[in-house]
Design a protein around this ligand. Sequence first.
Ligand code: HEM
Length: 329
Amino acid sequence: MANTKLIVLAFSLYIMLLPFVFDLANAQGLTSGFYNLSCPSAEKLVKTMTEKFVAHAPSFAPSLLRLHFHDCFVRGCDASVLVNSTSNNTAEKDSIPNLTLRGFQIIDAIKSALEKQCPGVVSCADIVALVARDAVTAIGGPTWPVLTGRRDGTKSLATDALTELPAPTMNITQLKANFASVGLSVKDLAVLSGGHTIGISHCTSFAIRLYNFTGKNDSDPSLHPNYVALLKKQCPLTTLLTSIVEMDPGSFRTFDTHYYSVVGRRKGMFTSDGALLTDSTTLAYVQAQASPQSSTFLTDFGQSMMNMGKIGVLTGTSGTIRNQCAIIN
Ligand code: HEM
């Protein structure tokens, strides 16, 4: 009799705790195939349209990857980076680090195609996450599962982007603290920095390392002198404001491990890239990726992108589904 009572008690406890166990399994409410019933063609449409845009203009692939990063690090992956400023609010989009973002029109075009098929269903935040993956895959990079079910934020403040995005001038202590503040690990920092294997930078983002590192018209001694010379050629003072350079020289269109061999040779473009050599964990990661045969970068990247895609997500009844990504309903 006592045994039966114990079993009934244990069973009731199990039933009571089930929702919590389930919640944990479904980290923060994101799931695989969130739109399978509500908009079955959503993921396919995003993929097809992204592939078309990227085939037409491959330089958008890195920009679309960066868009997702800049979204997630500020107020979480809630599409707040897509919102336009209004007469009484300066939005994230118009903050200094975001002035070099590109690809907003691609997200808007995909959103409007989805609105025609399934009005008010697919969030801009999910579109940004899916497009980042599909764009990287489209140029021959890795793929990874993108969980969906994010909802869109209702606030976007330029000041948040200034305080929450990591700056290219950051040292390793600042970078680790910045990543930790959004729940990402030191390994995520080493892996996601590898996103710089593709794309371009404006000379203004690192010019201080070339021309005025300590205020004495000097260059950063941690940057390889040959690379300083090359970058000075590509970024002459006369056209500093308008020039752009490849971030992973010789391989900036290919998603590969080349970034890590460049960084290992003290040729990382930003202070933040070079900083990976100044911590034992990140240094070990850089060194381990130097040989493409034994590199784990491509699979690590997918895992770290999944971690990044969960930052501060709004799910369930939080947030909203915007009608247009650039405008808060
Ligand atoms: C670790 C901290 C990071 C810093 C300080 C940083 C900084 C920068 C800067 C300054 C640029 C050049 C912007 C310009 O002048 O046009 C850039 C470009 C880029 N970043 Fe990062 N970044 C970081 C992490 C990441 C992460 C986590 C990703 C993606 C996973 C990423 C992906 C990219 C890509 C793809 C570009 C090239 C964009 C294009 O070609 O349009 N970055 N980053």
